[in-house]
Design a binder for this molecule. Structure first.
Ligand SMILES: *Cc1c(COP(=O)(O)O)cnc(C)c1O
Length: 423
């Protein structure tokens, strides 16, 4: 299997090459040159997540040097549970927040780390994984790479603009993970990371690697939980479920659509955004028009220009078939609050602000057979959730372990020079 760029102007790459490059040289995103076809009947939901993962991903890594280690990689990456629970009636919830940093990004980050640490160094310079983060990505990447030999991690986050618990998850590592509190915005952090990749001095001292959300190494493994959930739901009533997915940069949703494309029993996918409405607007107007980002309660979904839109266009050339498979809708902050506040009485659960968008959206549909995708644990966003629900949210053990550690971070000015100097 080779990977090609959505812009079709880069040479095809192997999986191992694509995960090291991240963004294709022509600025496009890597996609499989052809989608494998799997027979879902050969999988059963009795298989462990790691077994589903190695069988599902095997054709995607066919011919790649990592193929021989795939089972080991999946055992290492999928070492925490992903739960599908009945919420009420025929509505279920897919809990993706049982990993080390309590958000779905742990799946992709852990798989990427397990792959990269098995790819032989191509340069003598030490590998440096760079991430600019507005919260969850940096934490998942730090957790996944912490203590991995041959890899340093540098995280840039906007000082004072993320929740205290999110900050703790970025700064609690030490060792090979360094966190930089940038006196600026998330956009400053992103600009500094981009500039670092183009800095010849840094590129000669380090083998720079990106762990951002467009990496194919983060996207492929996300298909696994959609495979597991759809199989399990289907086994019960012989009906393919619909998914409601809290959406920002579309990485999670593209994985669901790939799992559908290769043959898993998935009916419709609903992309639920917060007040950043570029994606829902595209579905009504047919024109893709990125918009400036607006800040919302669901901050990990504050994206005005979803980079994975290119992968949607690749999957549905000229939009053909898109409206059959996918719908999109936007949920306001007031509606997020309403869904969190009513969570217990309506569904018997507390929800994080991201998951709350999907919970709110569920009520817009009278048709049955839905799976709400829960992307983060509510305890990660206690400052928003607790005042609305009126009780303390129990902190999961993995998260409380991290919160108990000491913090290490270094404050820097929002400039490439400042970043280069500290590196
Ligand atoms: C990153 C994130 C999202 C958005 O996922 P995308 O793949 O960017 O669409 C939703 N919820 C949470 C909690 C996240 O961390």
């Amino acid at each position: 299997m080779k990977y090609v760029s959505t812009r079709q102007k880069s040479p095809a790459a192997t999986f191992s090459e694509a995960v090291q490059i991240s963004l294709a040289p022509d600025g496009g995103l890597y996609v499989p040159e052809a989608f494998p076809r799997i027979n879902p009947n050969t999988f059963t939901s009795q298989c462990s997540l790691s077994q589903i993962a190695s069988r599902l991903l095997s054709p995607y890594l066919q011919g790649d040097p990592l193929h021989d280690s795939l089972e080991e990689i999946c055992d290492e990456a999928f070492n925490f549970s992903v739960d599908l629970r009945r919420l009420k009636g025929e509505t279920a919830i897919l809990e993706l927040f049982h990993g080390p940093t309590a958000a779905f990004k742990d799946v992709g980050a852990r798989f990427l780390a397990s792959c990269l640490t098995r790819i032989a160094p191509t340069r003598s310079a030490p590998r440096l994984v760079l991430v600019a983060t507005s919260g969850d990505t940096g934490a998942a990447v730090a957790a996944a790479f912490h203590g991995k030999a041959g890899h340093e991690v540098a995280i840039l986050f906007p000082k004072g603009r993320i929740s205290p618990r999110q900050e703790k998850q970025l700064t609690c590592w030490g060792g090979n993970v360094r966190a930089f509190a940038v006196r600026g915005t998330f956009d400053d952090c992103q600009r500094m990371a981009k500039a670092a990749f183009q800095d010849p001095h840094l590129s000669s001292r380090f083998h720079l690697l990106s762990a951002n959300s467009i990496s194919i190494g983060r996207l492929l493994p996300q298909q696994v939980y959609y495979a597991m959930a759809s199989l399990r739901y289907f086994e019960q009533g012989r009906i393919a479920p619909n998914f409601l997915i809290p959406t920002g940069n579309l990485g999670n949703a593209v994985a669901a659509l790939w799992a559908k494309r290769i043959g898993f029993p998935i009916n419709q996918v609903v992309l639920v955004t917060n007040a950043n409405r570029a994606i829902p607007d595209y579905f009504t107007t047919g024109k893709w028009a990125p918009q400036p980002t607006v800040a919302t309660l669901a901050n990990a979904m504050d994206v005005g220009n979803a980079s994975n839109m290119e992968r949607i266009f690749h999957l549905y050339p000229e939009g053909r078939g898109l409206q059959n498979d996918v719908q999109a809708l936007s949920v306001s902050d007031a509606e997020i609050r309403e869904a969190i506040t009513g969570g217990n009485s309506k569904w018997g659960a507390d929800f994080c602000p991201h998951t709350a968008t999907a919970v709110f959206a569920r009520e817009k549909f009278t048709s049955p057979n839905w799976i709400i995708v829960a992307t983060a644990h509510p305890a990660k966003f206690d400052a928003i959730v607790e005042p609305l629900v009126g009780h303390a949210v129990t902190v999961p053990p993995a998260l409380s372990d991290l919160l108990a550690r000491p913090s290490h971070s270094q404050e820097i000015d929002p400039s490439s020079e400042a970043f280069s100097a500290v590196l």
